[in-house]
Design a protein around this ligand. Sequence first.
Ligand SMILES: [Zn+2]
Length: 720
Amino acid sequence: MFETIMRRAAPAGIEPQKANGGPPQASRALTWPARLAVMCSCAFACAQPITTQAQAVAIQAANAAGSGVDASVKPGDDFFAYANGAWLKSTDIPAGKARWTVGNDITELTKKQVMTLLDETATAPAGSTARKVADFRAAYLNETAIEAKGLAPIKPLLDRIDRVRDKAALTRLLGSGLRADVDPMNVGVFRSAHVLGLATESSIHGEKTYVAFLVQGGLGLPDREYYLGSEPGNQAMHARYQEAIRRVLALTDTGRALSASKRADAVMALETAIAQSHATQEFSGNERNADNLWTRADFAREAPGMDWTVFFAAAHLASQQSFVAWQPSAVKGLAALVASQPLQAWKDYLRVRVIADYAEVLPRDFAEQAEALRGAPSPTASADQPQSERAQRATVVTQAAMSDAIARLYTERHFPAAYKAHVQTIAVNVAAAFTKRMEAAPWMSPESKVMALAKLKVLYFGLGYPEKWQDYSDLAIDPADAAGNLRRIAERNYRQTVARLGKPVDNREWCIAPQWPGAVLLFQQNSHNFAAALLQPPKFDPAASDAANYGAIGAIIGHEVSHFVDLLGAEYEADGRFRRWWTPADNARFEAAYMPLVNQYSAYRPLPDVAIDGKLTLSENIADLGGLVAAFDAYRKSLGNKADDTEYVRQQDRQFFIGFARAWRSKYRDEGLRKQLANDHAPESYRVATVRNLDAWYEAFDVQPGQRLYLEPTARVRIW
Ligand SMILES: [Zn+2]
């Protein structure tokens, strides 16, 4: 399913990703560029059954416009079933899955595309970026070199810990360990592998330059609840985690007076205290935290116990005068714990954290602890295939660490510049058509229209891939130094993040990987990123007719344009400032305009005992409707002088609507449907029923009174 991540401060529950704190995250706090790592965990780590060859052939057939419909169904009775006939017939929901959607098809395809590219990098010329990707992956798999090096690659880090003799030195060490592995504003990464994580992003007050964010971190287990919660499995997990800590301490630091198990107790106690200071996931997921701007004086006053001047100097942030403390309790807690906890506990804790960060690329004794050190469940039956697991892990880690490099290879192969230009034309035309409708909307006040116009004017639609690529020439990747590669990438990422401070905000900057089949909507940046991987058939098909593409990707783009000025975008002004700009009169008239759509959706009953919640799904249904009408206007305009040929237009109109329905094909078991009915996106087949509000759909398919989707002309809803 196509799901856009939205970053905004709308009421809780509207966007499920938001409530969970962003898209699915990797189960460990990452040492690597987190904003990229998160994407890969979402798109690639969740293995799904592969589409069969027969299914693939049927899907291809279904894509050919005009074919693949189910002629036994009247379009006016069930347009979704009519348009998606061949696909529905040939697609089986894999065992163990509650649904299968176009998003699953695209994800499977993308995985194969990326794997092929990764394999091909092995023969790329030495020194090229593609070869660096190959070398990174090879280093991860080079267990002989890893064993031979022992702890040498991280010895400088361990030695620094050993040299700490007082709290000032500890503070310096914590500051120098700050890394840019969080992303609170864009995709929602709310925890760092280190005691704090740094991000430089657009904030919510219309700032012209990037803002520094500090985000909580430093826990080995995924979240505070893993330490403090009373879930049944917690005790066993603690025992396993603590045993891994004990083993790491025993392996790296023999000959101490205190036993490793006593020291492991102290580390666990310190981590638990850190967890107590941490904010909950719910708190972390709330964008209003972007309002906690602390000056350097605030740190000294609000978070005593640690010398923040020393900390920031060690973090190369001496001249930065203010930071958003995303979770103030964690900042306060860190400083207090530096003061109150024994130095030895801190040193042992940091030793374990360093090993945990690099465990997978250290000798086997340590690598074996890697999973336990990130709170992963006990090994299951699949553990009898360590080699293939390592190969899979190498792929995931490479995709995370070298995401931008892979993105460039991916788009050169699968989304060339001509495709980008093609989608760009559609996007520009749909946005123009939407703007016209917005200007004519009777419910929106003239003063609000001024703001809406200003927003649509600055809106950046990133399509396929970023306008600029990273230059990897300064990055050294050694095929025999896996840990060094990881360290160099993390340090480089941090340097780049710090260097952005004070620089003007660039709303054309991307925050998702083009090879992740998804999209992200950034209200505070007035921008939208559509990944190349998402722009594949049937969402966008370069071989299909313009009509079909306007119906598919055009309507999706229109949907997103609507969000920038509808209920959701009403919270953000043109410069990204978080301030509601709709007037009270807009609200009242808008409610009158949308109520018929609420009622239309509430009348759908996908299961005998559950109806669609017309209110819950309202924002999405409004955007679907606005997107579809804007795409239709833009498509009709694109016909030029062919618009006079009635029969041609009728054929093209059909392709437009069929293209729309195919971009949302999906199949559900009852339990999957039940789950979807609690989501703010209605099941796809009902979203496709949006067509019944457009007069042109009736004409294209000769829909008559008495057919199930038929609406009297006066009952057809129009909002934009
Ligand atoms: Zn939406």
